[in-house]
Design a protein around this ligand. Structure first.
Ligand SMILES: Nc1ncnc2c1ncn2[C@@H]1O[C@H](COP(=O)(O)OP(=O)(O)O)[C@@H](O)[C@H]1O
Ligand SMILES: N[C@@H](CCC(=O)OP(=O)(O)O)C(=O)O
Length: 344
């Protein structure tokens, strides 16, 4: 039987000490616990920590993009070496996989990644992914590794996505861990404070945004801490941290890929009539388009927002759309066919 896919992401603060060294005690725990799950799951580890581990080697590190890229180039081999050292006693070899946003934007390229991971799993080797920071510029970067981990989880149709971070879960207004969330809505976001760990990139907002996307794609997501004993083993059973429950509806793998948004080109605002039609599984017609922030070519992907500005769907364009004026006369021409629209 095919094993379900499990994606486990470790944030910078979860994996490095305050002094900026890779935390060997945590990596040993990751190895010990992951080894117990390997017979049941095809596992992908996504590890941050390269910048945090590499920055002390740079004179006057200032956190600029150039300094981060250089720090990542230094820190990544240190990080992967530490993982390999601690997985070896469990007879598990690891394989490094450095990813860029474009690898997800292009379906054919993504299928190459899929093929590679499948070959690794056949050989009982666990891929460990990180962003290929060394060549990422500001426009092309993932927002953070929460995004990379989510794209991998969605792309592989993972059963679960685990986010290990510096806190034991989502904390409510009294500082208590929220144990279960069925819908990540405004009330949940209201718990988020501005602060984040000193080395993390996205903070809790990013984690919740990506957890919501994963949930919408049918993937259970758990936000937990490696400071909890048997953290991974408990998280996978939903027994620690904050468990964000998946939605029940089935989404095809093609539509999952569409909805990940890694390739979204534009945002299209539609009027109330068009929004209702789309909610009722109809195509988006030119007449309903109110605004578009960026020209679209046939086949490109865009988000659809209603009059209140809420993004509620993602779609693939059926025709070229230069601007609203250019499609005004087309009225009943479909901008996106119903089959190419994914409701979020
Ligand atoms: N309501 C909240 N519950 C838990 N953590 C929160 C909350 N609001 C903000 N945070 C911050 O989010 C941080 C985790 O995000 P981040 O630093 O980006 O971690 P990572 O490096 O794991 O991606 C925590 O250190 C915490 O300070
Ligand atoms: N690619 C970077 C990770 C950046 C990042 O997303 O960090 P985090 O928010 O701690 O998961 C690194 O390895 O340092």
């Amino acid at each position: 039987m095919k094993k379900p896919v499990l994606v486990i992401k470790f944030g910078s603060a979860a994996i490095t000490t305050k002094e900026g060294d890779v935390d060997e005690r945590i990596v040993l725990e990751i190895a010990r616990q992951t080894a117990q799950l390997q017979s049941k799951y095809n596992i992908v580890l996504v590890s941050s920590g390269a910048v945090a581990a590499g920055k002390k080697y740079l004179k006057n590190y200032d956190g600029s993009l150039s300094a981060r890229k250089a720090a990542a180039a230094i820190g990544n081999p240190l990080l992967v070496r530490t993982y390999s050292t601690y997985f070896k006693p469990f007879n598990i070899a690891l394989a490094q996989s450095l990813c860029e946003r474009q690898h997800f934007a292009n379906r054919a390229q993504f299928l190459q990644l899929k093929d590679t991971y499948q070959e690794l799993w056949k050989n009982n080797i666990i891929p460990i992914a990180n962003e290929n920071d060394v060549v990422s510029n500001k426009e092309l970067k993932f927002s953070d590794n929460d995004e990379l981990a989510t794209l991998i989880a969605v792309g592989f149709g993972a059963e679960q996505l685990l986010f290990s971070t510096s806190v034991p879960g989502v904390l409510d207004s009294k500082g208590k861990v929220v144990s279960q969330i069925s819908t990540i809505d405004k009330d949940v976001f209201s718990f988020v404070k501005k602060e984040k760990s000193a080395v993390g990139l996205g903070g809790m907002t990013s984690k919740l945004n990506f957890a919501r996307l994963a949930n919408q794609m049918g993937i259970q997501t758990v936000i937990f801490s490696m400071q909890t004993e048997d953290g991974i083993l408990k998280a996978v059973k939903g027994e620690t941290g904050t468990v964000c429950l998946p939605q029940k509806k089935k989404v095809s793998s093609r539509n999952k890929w569409l909805a990940t948004g890694s390739l979204i080109k534009a945002l299209v605002h539609v009027d109330e009539g068009a929004a209702n039609a789309i909610q009722n599984r109809k195509s988006l017609l030119a007449v309903g388009v109110v605004a578009i922030n960026q020209a679209l070519e046939t086949g490109e992907v865009f988000q659809i927002a209603n009059e209140e500005g809420e993004v509620f769907a993602v779609a693939k364009s059926k025709i070229d759309v230069m601007n609203v004026e250019s499609i005004r006369k087309k009225k009943n021409v479909a901008i996106a066919h119903a089959d190419d629209i994914v409701l979020l």
